[in-house]
Design a protein around this ligand. Structure first.
Ligand code: GAR
Length: 192
C-alpha cells in the first residue's frame, strides 16, 4: 500500500478530504502520518479521530528550522512516503526537507498561480478585483508558491460575492481537486 504524509497547520479540512478519498478508494493509498506545526490545530483532533499517527511540534521549541526539519525527516524516513502533501501548512520548506524529499512534495494554494502568492491569497484576489478566483496545486520548491503547477481550477467572480461565499467555493474545489490530483500522481508513478 502506498503511503502519504500530510502537513497541516490549522483546520485540516483538506487533510480530511484526502483521508476520506483514501477510505473511498478514490486514492489508492493510505494517509499514514500527519505533521503539524501547531499543537492547538483542529487537524490534530481529526488525526486522532481517523486513527492516523501525528507528529505535532512547536517550531519555537527547536533552535532552528534545520533542527525541526531534521526531526521531521527522521519521522518521514521511517515511513518512506510515496507523496508528501502540504495541506494548509503555513511554512516555507527549508533545504533539509527539500534535499530529502524534493520532487515528492506538493502543495495547494488558494489562488490561480502565479497570481497572489503568499498569505491571504483570497483577500489579495478580492482586493485586486480579479475576474477569476481559484485553486492551484503545485510541486514545492524553495520559493513561496513558485513550483511547477500540476493542476488548477477556478470560477468567475463579478464583485457581488461575499468573501464567505468565495471561501466556500474555493474549499469545495480544493476538496475535489486535491484528492483527484493525488490519485493521478500516484497512478502515474505506478505506471512508469
Ligand atoms: C486552504 O485553503 C489552503 O489552500 C490554504 O490554507 C487552507 C487550509 O485549509 N493554503 C495556503 O494558503 C498556503 N499558502 P484547511 O486547513 O481547512 O485544509
Amino acid at each position: 500500500m502506498k503511503q502519504i504524509a500530510v502537513f497541516a497547520s490549522g483546520n485540516g479540512s483538506n487533510f480530511a478530504a484526502i483521508h476520506a478519498a483514501t477510505i473511498n478508494k478514490v486514492i489508492d493509498a493510505e494517509v499514514a502520518l500527519l505533521i503539524c506545526d501547531n499543537p492547538d490545530a483542529y487537524a490534530i483532533h481529526r488525526a486522532a479521530e481517523f486513527g492516523i499517527e501525528c507528529f505535532a511540534f512547536k517550531p519555537k521549541m527547536f533552535a532552528s528550522k534545520v533542527d525541526y526539519e531534521t526531526e521531521i525527516v527522521a519521522r518521514l524516513n521511517q515511513l518512506d512516503p510515496d507523496l508528501i502533501v502540504l495541506a494548509g501548512y503555513m511554512r516555507i520548506l527549508g533545504h533539509t526537507m527539500l534535499d530529502a524529499f524534493g520532487g515528492r512534495i506538493i502543495n495547494i494554494h488558494p489562488s490561480l498561480l502565479p497570481d497572489f502568492k503568499g498569505k491571504d491569497a483570497i483577500g489579495q484576489a478580492i482586493a485586486s478585483k480579479a475576474p477569476r478566483i481559484g485553486v492551484s496545486i503545485h510541486y514545492v520548491d524553495e520559493g513561496m508558491d513558485t513550483g511547477t503547477i500540476i493542476a488548477q481550477s477556478g470560477f468567475a467572480v463579478d464583485g457581488s460575492e461575499s468573501r464567505a461565499e468565495i471561501e466556500c467555493r474555493v474549499h469545495e474545489i480544493e476538496h475535489q481537486l486535491y484528492p483527484q490530483t493525488i490519485a493521478m500522481l500516484l497512478e502515474k508513478e505506478t505506471s512508469v
